[in-house]
Design a protein around this ligand. Structure first.
Ligand code: 6PG
Length: 248
């Protein structure tokens, strides 16, 4: 597996992969490495999953090699959920169930966000669940995707949820999507010991350039407010990196 790995000055570790399948392979190897390192030192691996389309291929790849991680010792969480029931086509839980959970021969402990509840109730319940299950030093690994507008999880530009400093989970109505979301807040995301951001496709190229130019923007995008206490790694395929890689 070849990938360009570079440290953006005072920024994340950047892995640029030649295509989406290579991105999935590199991300899977890193996730499995972190998972096994964690399980060598701790009882469980607390892993928060990203929703949306990008990570589906990663989840399917992990499900095809279940022997490489003791999934019975994995706690799965969600960075966000849509305000829909778990069997709804828009549900992140449904996507994860179909791509990862159903094919896995061993069941991890799954902590889903109850999107079927009233959004505020779902957020309060999930915050309580995190207090009960998550170790004090947060997620061992957090996976995130990146929206073309720079949103992460369901933290969208201009949302009041970005200013939340106390609560770990909030409900947010997203006007442009005309839908409710339940999302972890920046304090919860930034508590992760490792973060992997997965970015694939040409429609992400503009936001990748905007962020990785490493310019202090007057109004930072949500992804620019991601400052985890642990390591942040970007896994970007060539299409999404096309504005930041020298033309070969
Ligand atoms: C969601 C995700 C969201 C996603 C980005 C990128 O619930 O949709 O949490 O933050 O990661 O919107 O989505 P794609 O991977 O589909 O481009």
């Amino acid at each position: 597996m070849t990938c360009a790995t570079d440290h953006v000055p005072s920024g994340p570790q950047l892995h640029i992969l030649p295509d989406t399948d290579a991105l999935y392979r590199a991300a899977a190897e890193r996730l499995l490495e972190l998972g096994n390192q964690t399980l060598a030192q701790r009882d469980a691996f607390h892993l928060a999953l990203a929703g949306g389309a990008t990570p589906q291929g990663l989840y399917a790849l992990l499900a095809r090699q279940p022997e490489r991680l003791d999934w019975s010792r994995v706690h799965l969480y969600f960075g966000d959920e849509r305000g829909v029931p778990p069997e709804h086509r828009d549900s992140n839980y449904r996507m994860v169930r179909e791509a990862l959970l159903d094919p896995l021969p061993v069941a991890p402990q799954v902590h889903r966000i109850a999107g079927e509840l009233a959004p505020e109730q779902a957020a309060a319940d999930y915050a309580a669940l995190l207090r009960h299950h998550l170790p004090a030093d947060g997620f061992d690994l957090l996976l995130l995707g990146l929206g073309p507008d720079g949103h992460i999880a369901s933290l969208f530009p201009g949302s009041d949820a970005l200013n939340q400093r106390k609560q770990t989970v909030v409900a947010d109505y997203v006007p442009k999507l005309d839908s409710w979301r339940i999302t972890l807040t920046l304090p919860a995301l930034n508590r992760a010991r490792h973060v992997m951001l997965l970015v694939s496709g040409a429609r992400k190229a503009d936001v990748v350039r905007h962020v990785l130019r490493n310019i202090a923007h007057a109004n930072p995008l949500p992804v620019e407010m991601l400052r985890p206490k642990g390591q942040l790694e970007w896994f970007v395929d060539a299409q999404a990196a096309r504005h930041i890689t020298p033309r070969s």
